[in-house]
Design a protein around this ligand. Structure first.
Ligand code: CTP
Ligand code: MG
Length: 237
């Protein structure tokens, strides 16, 4: 396999509040993990699929073993970074490209995987799907007068801002090297790394962007799940 996809699904889903791993939470009668696997199997049909799961979850293992993408599975860690690293440890030697995707972005359309994979084939060392920012964004600092929640220090120029999604695509060796370095950092420093592309930025690697999709929303809260249900019910899948 020239390409691998690491699907990180080892989170606990605390904010969703179902009391089960988020990847198992049903969306229109099927687990978030199944939805996510379907999209990536269609978008990257020739990739080797690595699914990173919570420790000892037979149900999630079963979903993987039955899926047409025939994924290999491994156990994740305490943070998303740890889980990505666990997935990277399962790369086959010689893998050229790796895509890292959140199982929580269960409705990401195959076209987004294709755009990311195409950018890698065209020579990008790192590529992320993005969307324009709709809201006006302001920088705020703590208030002193006891009024409200803080005071505006500036309005950020929205035209240059993008909201970032997954799958994020990388040269496999570059991403593995960046993650190997992080594993020796102090936790305070490692915690500030919010996505894989940020590691590449820190290493001076150019990160390209391609168009994401509104369907690539991350199911984080109950409201996100309600929206995802409505999207599926209206045929957006
Ligand atoms: N993830 C992971 N391992 C972790 C934490 C997160 O594989 N230790 C994965 C999640 O399964 C998810 C993605 O990273 O697909 C994005 O994480 P998030 O949306 O924060 O999911 P959870 O961590 O499960 O949710 P919460 O933070 O509410 O507990
Ligand atoms: Mg989390």
């Amino acid at each position: 396999h020239r390409t691998a996809v690491i699907l990180v699904a080892a989170g606990s889903g605390t904010r969703l509040g179902y009391g089960i791993p988020k990847a198992l939470v049903p969306l229109a009668g099927r687990s978030l993990l199944e939805h996510a696997l379907d999209g990536l199997a269609t978008g990257c049909p020739d990739a080797r699929v690595i699914v990173v799961l919570p420790e000892g979850n037979a149900e999630l293992e079963g979903i993987c073993s039955r899926h047409r993408s025939r994924p290999v599975t491994c156990t994740g860690g305490a943070t998303r970074n740890d889980s990505v690293r666990a997935g990277l440890a399962r790369l086959e030697p010689g893998t050229e490209f790796v895509l890292v995707h959140d199982a929580a972005r269960a409705l990401t359309p195959p076209a987004v995987f294709e755009r990311v994979a195409d950018a890698l084939s065209a020579g990008a060392e790192a590529v992320i799907p993005v969307l324009p920012v709709i809201d006006t964004i302001k920088s705020v600092q703590p208030a002193s007068a006891g009024i409200g929640e803080g005071i505006v220090s500036s309005t950020v120029d929205r035209a240059v801002l993008r909201a970032v999604q997954t799958p994020q695509g990388f040269n496999a060796a570059s991403l593995a090297a960046a993650h190997a370095a992080v594993s020796s950092w102090k936790p305070e420093r490692a915690e500030k790394v919010t996505d894989d592309a940020m590691l590449m930025e820190m290493n001076g690697i150019t990160v390209f962007t391609v168009h994401g999709s509104a369907l690539g929303l991350k199911v984080t809260t109950k409201m996100d799940l309600l929206l995802a249900e409505a999207l599926v019910a209206n045929g957006y899948e």
